[in-house]
Design a protein around this ligand. Structure first.
Ligand code: GLN
Ligand code: ZN
Length: 761
C-alpha cells in the first residue's frame, strides 16, 4: 500500500528560509548562503519522508518565493520591463519579478484559491516568447536522487497556469490566455523529457483549477493539453493532483478521460462529493490518490474513520491502485509540533502539523496493507476521545446561545438614513469627514515595550503608562492634523486577530505554528479549539482612556467575527458558521460595553470577509448569509446614535455588494488603493448605497507620499459617482507598517484635500 505527500512547507520548522531570504535581500549574506540553507531544508524534508516510509515523495515543491513564479521562470515568461535577456533565470530576475527593484515594481500578487497563501500572477500577452529558462524542477529531482531519494517531481499544470494568469497590460479585453496553450506545451515537453532522462518514473501536475466552476472551453483545454503531451508522457506514471474542493461532475468526467494520465489526486477532506463520483465512475486500472489527511488544518486525523473510507475505496479501485495522501499540499498547515514545548499537553495531543501528518499518512497506508500499528491507532483514538469529551471544549451556555441565533434576523430597528441623522446630531461632523483605519506606526520601541511586558520584564503599571503615552501621542497628532474622527492607534496590539484571541476563551496559541503567506512572510494563526466566550471586556480600558484624552469622537476598534474565523485554524468538529456565531456573541458583548463606556463610534473590521467566500458559486449564498448575519449580531443591539463602522481590505466586491449593503453598517471604509474604477463601477451600475462610505484615498502599502492635489483629484472622481453627504475621506488601510515620516505628511495632505473640496461644494 503506497503513500504520498502532495507538497510540503518550505519555510522550515523555525522559519529558516525566511531569515535566509531576508538576510540575502538585505545584502547581509551571499547567494551561496541562501542556497545552502535551502538545500539543507530540502534534504531534511526528503529524509523525514523517507524515514517515515512515504513512497511517493514530492520534489520541486520547494520554492524561493512561490511555485507559480517558479513556473513563470520555467517558461521564460518574464515581463519585458524586467530586462531579462534570455539564458537561465537567476536570483536577480526572479526576485525582481517577486519584489520589484529600484526602478520596476513587483508583479501582482493574489490569493491562492481560498487560502491565505499568495502567488505571483503571471502576466501574459500574445508576444511572449516562451523558452525553457529554469531547470529547477530537474535540478531538484537530481539533487534528491543524489541523496538516494527517488521523488515525484511536481509541476503546476499547464492549464491551471494559464487560467491563473492575467492578460498583460493593453490586451486585457481582447486576449484569450488559453490561446497560449500551444506555445507553452513545448516547454512542458522539454522539462518532462529531461525528467524522464534523469530517471523519474512519476510526475505530478497540480491542476487545482479543476475544482472551480469552469466553462466548457476551459475544460476542453485540459483535454487538448494532455492529448498533446501524451507521447512525451508515455512511459511515466502521471498524476493529476486537484485540491481545495471536490471536482464538479463535468470536470470529473474530463479529468478521468485525459490521455496519458494514470493517476488522480483528490481532496477528500473538503471535497465532500468526490467520494460519490469515485463510487459511480472511477476508471479501471488507474491510481486513486486519496487525500484524507487535511493539509489545511492542524487537527490530528481521525485514523479509524480514514481507514474505513480507504477500505471502501479499495473495494472500488483495487488494493494496488489506492494511494494514501494528503488533501492538499501541507504548505497550508504549520510545520512541526515538536517545537511547541509551551503548548498545553492535552491540546497538543489533539494536533498534527505537517511533520506529524506525514506519519499519519504512512500509518494509514501500513494499516491498509495489514500492518496496522495498534499502539499508534489507539493513541490517536484516545486523543480524539479526549477532545470530544474535554470540558475545555464545551461550554453549554455558549452553545445554547449560539444555536438560538440561527432563526432570528438581528437587524437594527431604524433604517440607516434615520440612524445617520441621529448620529450626525450627536457627532456634528463636517461634510467629507476625515478618519483613519485604526493602527498608527508600530515603532521598534513600541514592540519592545509589548515584548518586555509579555516576558514580565516590566510591570503592568509601567506597561500601561507606556501605552497610554503612545495613545496620547497619536491623539495629539490627529488633533494637530485636524482629523475629525480619531483612533487610538492600536499600540497594545500585535495583530488584529491574535489580540482578541488571546483574551477570548476557546483559543490556543503556538510558538512556531507559522504558515507562509507570501514570499518570506508568514502568519501564525490562533487555534480555535473550544466554544468561544469573552470572560471580560477586551478593549474598553484603552478606548475609554483614549476618549478621555480628546473632545473629538474616538472610534472603538474591534475585529469582526468572520475575520477572526478566517484568520484562525478552526474547529473541524462543528460547522464554521457555528464557531462564527459564538465569536459574534463575544464581540457583541464588547460592542455593548464600549457603548456603555461612552464610545459613540465603533469600528468592527471585517478585513477578511470576502476571503472566506467559497470557491464554488453554488456555495456563496449560504456563506454570505451567515457571515453577514454574524456581523449584524455584533451590533444590532446598539442605539441609533451609536455609529457602527466596518472596514474591508479589498475593493473588488462587485459580486458581493448586496451582502455588503446587507451588513447594514453606518459607515464602511474600504481599500481602494490601486483602482478607483473597480470600486466605483459598482455604483455606476446603479447600486444605491445609503450608508457612509470611505474608499481609501491613498495607498498605505507604499512609502510614497501623495500630494494634496492628487488626493483631491481622487475624491472628485468619487464625488462624481457617490453622494456628497455619504463620502468619508480616509487612507485605504491601517498605518501600522508605515513610518511617522510618511504618515504625517500623507495625512496632512489628506486633510488639506478634504478641506479644499469642502470649500468648493
Ligand atoms: N484596524 C486595523 C488596522 O488599522 C485594520 C487592519 C486591516 O484592515 N487589515 O490596522
Ligand atoms: Zn485593511
Amino acid at each position: 500500500m503506497a503513500s504520498h505527500i502532495v507538497g510540503y512547507p518550505r519555510m522550515g520548522p523555525k522559519r529558516e528560509l525566511k531569515f535566509a531570504l531576508e538576510s540575502f535581500w538585505d545584502g547581509k549574506s551571499s547567494a551561496e548562503d541562501l542556497q545552502k540553507v535551502s538545500a539543507d531544508l530540502r534534504s531534511s524534508i526528503w529524509k523525514q519522508m523517507t524515514d517515515a516510509g512515504i513512497k511517493h515523495i514530492p520534489s520541486n515543491t520547494f520554492s524561493y518565493y512561490d511555485q507559480v513564479l517558479d513556473t513563470t521562470a520555467l517558461l521564460g515568461a518574464v515581463p519585458p520591463r524586467y530586462g531579462w535577456n534570455g539564458g537561465e533565470i537567476g536570483f536577480d530576475t526572479y526576485f525582481s519579478m517577486a519584489r520589484g527593484n529600484a526602478s520596476v515594481p513587483a508583479m501582482e500578487m493574489t490569493k491562492w484559491f481560498d487560502t491565505n497563501y499568495h502567488f505571483i500572477v503571471p502576466e501574459l500577452g500574445p508576444d511572449v516568447n516562451f523558452s525553457y529558462a529554469s531547470h529547477k524542477a530537474v535540478e531538484e529531482y537530481k539533487e534528491a536522487k543524489a541523496l538516494g531519494v527517488d521523488t515525484v517531481p511536481v509541476l503546476v499544470g499547464p492549464v491551471s497556469y494559464l487560467l491563473l494568469s492575467k492578460p498583460a497590460k493593453g490586451v486585457e479585453k481582447t486576449f484569450s490566455l488559453l490561446s497560449l496553450l500551444p506555445k507553452i506545451l513545448p516547454v512542458y515537453k522539454e522539462v518532462v523529457s529531461e525528467l524522464k532522462a534523469a530517471g523519474a518514473s512519476w510526475i505530478q501536475f497540480d491542476e487545482p483549477t479543476l475544482v472551480l466552476d469552469l466553462e466548457s472551453d476551459k475544460l476542453q483545454a485540459f483535454t487538448d493539453a494532455y492529448s498533446e503531451l501524451e507521447s512525451t508522457l508515455s512511459g511515466l506514471n502521471v498524476l493529476i493532483q486537484t485540491y481545495f474542493a471536490d471536482v464538479p461532475a463535468a470536470a470529473f468526467k474530463i479529468l478521468t478521460s485525459l490521455k496519458g494520465v494514470t493517476a488522480y489526486g483528490f481532496d477528500l477532506v473538503r471535497g465532500t462529493k468526490t467520494l460519490d463520483l469515485i463510487k459511480s465512475e472511477f476508471p479501471k486500472g488507474k491510481y486513486l490518490f486519496a487525500g484524507l489527511v487535511d493539509g489545511r488544518n492542524i487537527w490530528a486525523n481521525d485514523l479509524s474513520a480514514s481507514l474505513s473510507t480507504l477500505l471502501t475505496l479499495e473495494g472500488i479501485v483495487g488494493k494496488d491502485k489506492l494511494v494514501v495522501s494528503t488533501s492538499t499540499s501541507l504548505l497550508h498547515t504549520a510545520v512541526d509540533l515538536v517545537n511547541e514545548t509551551k503548548l498545553d499537553q492535552e491540546i497538543k495531543s489533539w494536533l498534527a502539523f505537517a511533520a506529524q501528518k506525514i506519519i499519519e499518512v504512512n500509518a494509514l497506508a501500513k494499516a491498509l496493507s495489514g500492518h496496522k500499528d495498534e499502539a499508534f491507532f489507539s493513541a490517536n483514538a484516545a486523543a480524539l476521545a479526549s477532545r470530544k469529551s474535554s470540558p475545555r471544549v464545551t461550554n453549554e451556555a455558549v452553545q445554547k446561545a449560539a444555536a438560538a441565533l440561527k432563526d432570528s434576523d438581528h437587524r437594527r430597528a431604524t433604517n440607516v438614513s434615520a440612524r445617520l441623522d441621529a448620529q450626525q446630531k450627536k457627532l456634528n461632523l463636517p461634510i467629507l469627514p476625515t478618519t483613519t483605519i485604526g493602527s498608527f506606526p508600530q515603532t521598534i520601541e513600541l514592540r519592545r515595550v509589548r515584548r518586555e511586558y509579555k516576558a514580565k520584564k516590566i510591570s503592568e503599571e509601567e506597561y500601561v503608562k507606556a501605552i497610554k503615552e503612545e495613545i496620547n501621542k497619536v491623539v495629539k497628532l490627529q488633533e494637530e492634523l485636524d482629523i475629525d474622527v480619531l483612533v487610538h492607534g492600536e499600540p497594545e496590539r500585535n495583530d488584529m486577530v491574535e489580540y482578541f484571541g488571546e483574551q477570548l476563551s476557546g483559543f490556543a496559541f503556538t510558538a512556531n505554528g507559522w504558515v507562509q503567506s507570501y514570499g518570506s512572510r508568514c502568519v501564525k494563526p490562533p487555534i480555535i479549539y473550544g466554544d468561544v466566550s469573552r470572560p471580560k471586556p477586551m478593549t474598553v480600558f484603552w478606548s475609554s482612556a483614549a476618549q478621555s484624552m480628546t473632545a473629538r469622537p474616538m472610534k472603538g476598534m474591534l475585529t469582526g467575527p468572520v475575520t477572526i474565523l478566517n484568520w484562525s485554524f478552526v474547529r473541524n468538529d462543528q460547522p464554521r458558521f457555528e464557531t462564527t456565531y459564538q465569536i459574534a456573541l463575544a464581540i457583541k458583548d464588547e460592542v455593548e460595553d464600549l457603548e456603555k463606556a461612552g464610545i459613540s463610534v465603533i469600528q468592527i473590521d471585517e478585513a477578511a470577509l470576502r476571503e472566506g467566500l467559497p470557491l464554488r458559486k453554488s456555495e456563496h449564498a449560504f456563506y454570505l448569509d451567515w457571515a453577514v448575519h454574524s456581523f449584524r449580531i455584533t451590533n444590532s443591539g446598539v442605539q441609533d446614535t451609536t455609529q457602527i463602522h466596518t472596514h474591508m481590505c479589498y475593493s473588488n466586491f462587485n459580486d458581493i455588494i448586496h451582502s455588503i449593503i446587507d451588513m447594514d453598517a453606518d459607515v464602511i471604509t474600504i481599500e481602494n488603493s490601486r483602482s478607483d474604477e473597480k470600486l466605483l463601477s459598482v455604483f455606476r451600475e446603479g447600486v444605491k448605497y445609503g450608508a457612509g462610505i470611505g474608499p481609501g484615498v491613498y495607498d498605505i502599502h507604499s512609502p510614497r507620499i501623495p500630494s494634496t492635489d492628487e488626493i483631491a483629484d481622487r475624491i472628485n472622481k468619487m464625488l462624481a459617482v457617490l453622494e456628497t453627504n455619504i463620502l468619508w475621506v480616509n487612507p485605504d488601510c491601517g498605518l501600522k507598517t508605515r513610518k511617522y515620516t510618511e504618515v504625517k505628511p500623507a495625512l496632512s495632505n489628506m486633510v488639506a484635500a478634504a478641506k479644499l473640496l469642502r470649500t468648493q461644494l
